[in-house]
Design a protein. Structure first.
Length: 399
């Protein structure tokens, strides 16, 4: 998806919000309809039946008929596709959409008839949206020529974006035969087997302190007041700034890796399962819930899932997932594995050969070796995934 910053006027913004409200209303009606349906009532209505019902609803409700039929029908198509993905087992069941959170709609049609795009200047373009007119956007890069649909969204910070549905070509491999291992962490976002480490740029100390103050003020603000709305908008702007920096880091890091290496090895981690809440239930409450919540925030703030997803998009067929077990406890120099090797979060010290290195870099090198099929089994060491060798080995003499 090629995303651009949309710059609507106040009148155009009102029209866009109306489209968002109509699309959300139609989507929620479809969710309610399918939640009410049971097997004894027969099959749930599909897109064709719901489209006919939408025509009847537009005839009975002038406020719905004032909106774009294209936008409303596309909301039904999106819901039908979401249900198909749910029954295929690849996605979760579609849920309700909330005002202020899920603001967006999709337009599908032939370019030049249903909608159009044109360039005004070096950094400015225009897109024609049904029943809104020509809306300007920032021409940050060329618009793909073979686009057949686009989506307009509004985030919680109040920023509008337009995304044209186009899948970019993957980055060609360099052809140098080099491989790299990537270890993801919380203190260090990504450590490479080359020895390089990089961290996601989050909020500055001043911005983090301001966010804390805003959250305290939000807790004291009255529900539904204008003051609470202003505080939520200010918090959303800070959160959006943090998310933009994380996404920018992910894009730059993945592009650099895809251009430099032929094989990219990463840990095969279930990020969704790792970041699941530990609060449990009333019958079986969880333990260390606050500590687990802090770890979850750290994992999400470092973009673990985004990093691998974008790597697989840009370096198709060149990303290898490796079993992460024991990669942080195994010495890359001699192969000896023991929990005592991990002295601290940042320091790795082998109790057998005395090898010392950055813990994340050592793990990244083990990930790389596993990916390229190398088994380290020197002087009593064990291959990754084998039985734990707890017997210290004599230190190797320097060559």
């Amino acid at each position: 998806m090629s995303r651009y910053r949309l710059c609507p006027t106040p009148a155009q913004e009102a029209g866009l919000l109306e489209h968002c409200g109509h699309a959300r209303f139609v989507w929620n009606l479809a969710v309610e309809q399918h939640s009410w349906w049971t097997p004894r009532r027969g099959p749930a209505p599909g897109y064709a039946a719901q489209a006919r019902q939408l025509t009847e609803a537009r005839a009975a409700n002038p406020w719905l008929a004032a909106g774009s039929q294209t936008v409303q029908q596309q909301a039904l198509r999106d819901f039908a596709q979401a249900m198909a993905n749910f029954f295929a087992g690849t996605h979760r069941r579609p849920t309700w959409r909330k005002a202020g959170v899920h603001e967006g709609f999709r337009v599908v049609g032939v370019r030049g008839r249903a909608w159009e795009v044109r360039r005004l200047s070096r950094y400015t373009g225009q897109v024609r949206i049904p029943k809104v007119g020509w809306v300007r956007f920032r021409w940050s890069r060329p618009v793909p020529p073979d686009v057949k649909s686009f989506r307009v969204t509004r985030d919680r910070a109040g920023r509008w974006h337009i995304s044209f549905a186009a899948i970019p070509d993957p980055i060609p491999p360099p052809g140098n035969g080099e491989a790299v291992g990537v270890d993801r962490g919380v203190a260090v976002s990504a450590a490479l087997s080359t020895g390089h480490t990089c961290t996601v740029p989050g909020l500055t100390p001043g911005e983090a302190e301001r966010l804390k103050r805003l959250l305290r003020r939000l807790a004291r603000a009255e529900q539904g007041s204008n003051r609470r709305a202003r505080l939520k908008a200010a918090i959303a702007r800070l959160k959006a700034r943090e998310a933009d920096r994380r996404k920018d880091w992910v894009e730059k890091t993945t592009t650099d890796l895809a251009r430099r290496f032929d094989i990219i090895a990463v840990e095969d981690l279930n990020v969704r399962g790792m970041t699941r809440s530990a609060k449990g239930t009333l019958e079986a409450p969880g333990v260390n819930v606050r500590q687990k919540a802090g770890l979850n925030r750290g994992i999400l703030a470092n973009g673990w899932g985004q990093l691998v997803t974008r790597l697989e998009d840009k370096a198709r067929g060149r990303v290898t997932r490796v079993d992460p077990r024991y990669t942080s406890q195994t010495c890359h120099a001699c192969g000896y594995r023991a929990p005592e090797n991990r002295e601290s979060q940042a320091v790795f010290g082998c109790t057998a050969c005395g090898h010392r290195a950055n813990a994340d870099v050592n793990a990244a090198r083990n990930i790389k070796d596993t990916a390229v099929g190398r088994t380290v089994a020197a002087r009593g060491g064990t291959p990754l995934g084998g039985p734990v060798n707890r017997e210290p080995q004599p230190a190797l003499l320097p060559v």
